[in-house]
Design a binder for this molecule. Structure first.
Ligand code: PZK
Length: 287
């Protein structure tokens, strides 16, 4: 529990506290959501896996873009961050056609103003990764917006900067992951400005909660892909005939164990660090 930290916000599976005027504490819980519903059963270590992975990427992408990470706490699930003035757009990069990108493509042949080649199928790899900003919906789902709308929200020069940074971050991570058997189909970044109005990457980045991770050995365009981390939970929920409204179902022990193993596997493949070593010394991911 954070000492003398004031709770400032709750996400679906994370909490945000203020440490002082300049610093925030981001705490990742072990809660898991499927079909946008938080389940009553936790996945042990999930918050530590996501925190460690995000910190790993922050440490390795500082040369591409500055980020808000100041420290990883010994609990392995909390990070101290610089407080930023967050931009009002979600910075999504897509390397593959899935989710709302696939939906928009089937309806219009383009995604957020990017004209795409004809004949792509669901989960197709795109010729180049595309930047597809979205609004931050306070309730319900984020909505894709076109480039002009995004540029109006943040200004044209910041729009250019976040697009370039987002694409560069995605390219770096997607190549790193692909070499280790994981497809990062798409990902969402959130940026802010520091006191000098420099662009800084915030939030959590390049985790399975902020991205679509697919097992590369099962990748085949032409339909939906299994989720690297959440597929056991989704399959179990589907098998119940659950209507995907609150409350979600409890997960049986075998599904919890399988899901836990997949999170740990993603961590170990991407970081090349033994997860038990991370638990013993979380700062390992920063070296
Ligand atoms: C910030 N969120 C979303 C995340 C929540 C809510 N470095 C920063 N500076 C200022 N604000 C934020 C950040 C970051 N990151 C992020 N809201 C504000 C969020 C996690 C849990 F409840």
């Amino acid at each position: 529990m954070p000492e003398a930290a004031v709770h400032v916000a709750s996400g679906k599976v994370r909490e945000l506290y203020a440490l002082d005027d300049d610093r925030l504490l981001l705490v990742a819980s072990d809660r898991i959501s499927t079909f946008d519903v938080v389940l009553p059963t936790e996945i042990p270590d999930k918050g530590r896996v996501l925190t460690g992975l995000a910190a790993f990427w922050f440490a390795r992408t500082r040369g591409i873009c500055a980020n808000h990470l100041l420290a990883v706490r010994p609990d392995g699930r909390s990070t101290e961050c610089r407080r930023l003035e967050m931009l009002p757009i979600e910075c999504v990069v897509r390397g593959y056609l899935s989710g709302s990108g696939w939906k928009d493509y089937t309806a219009t042949g383009s995604v957020c103003g990017h004209m795409l080649p004809a004949g792509l199928t669901e989960s197709s790899e795109l010729p180049e990764p595309i930047f597809t900003p979205a609004t931050k919906a306070t309730t319900g789902h984020d909505e894709n917006i076109d480039r002009d709308t995004a540029a109006e929200l943040v200004g044209p020069e910041l729009f250019d900067a976040v697009e370039r940074a987002s694409i560069a971050l995605y390219r770096f991570a997607a190549q790193h992951a692909r070499e280790r058997g994981i497809v990062i189909a798409d990902t969402k970044f959130e940026f802010g400005l520091d006191e000098e109005r420099r662009l800084v990457l915030g939030d959590e980045a390049l985790t399975p909660d902020s991205s679509r991770f697919w097992p590369a050995d099962e990748y085949r365009a032409g339909g939906p892909q299994p989720s690297f981390d959440k597929q056991y939970a989704r399959d179990y929920c589907e098998s119940l005939g659950w209507d995907k409204t609150e409350p979600g179902p409890e997960l049986p022990d075998a599904v919890v164990a399988g899901t836990h193993a997949r999170y740990v596997e993603a961590f170990e493949r991407l970081t090349e660090i033994d997860f038990d070593d991370y638990l013993a010394d979380p700062e390992l991911v920063l070296r």
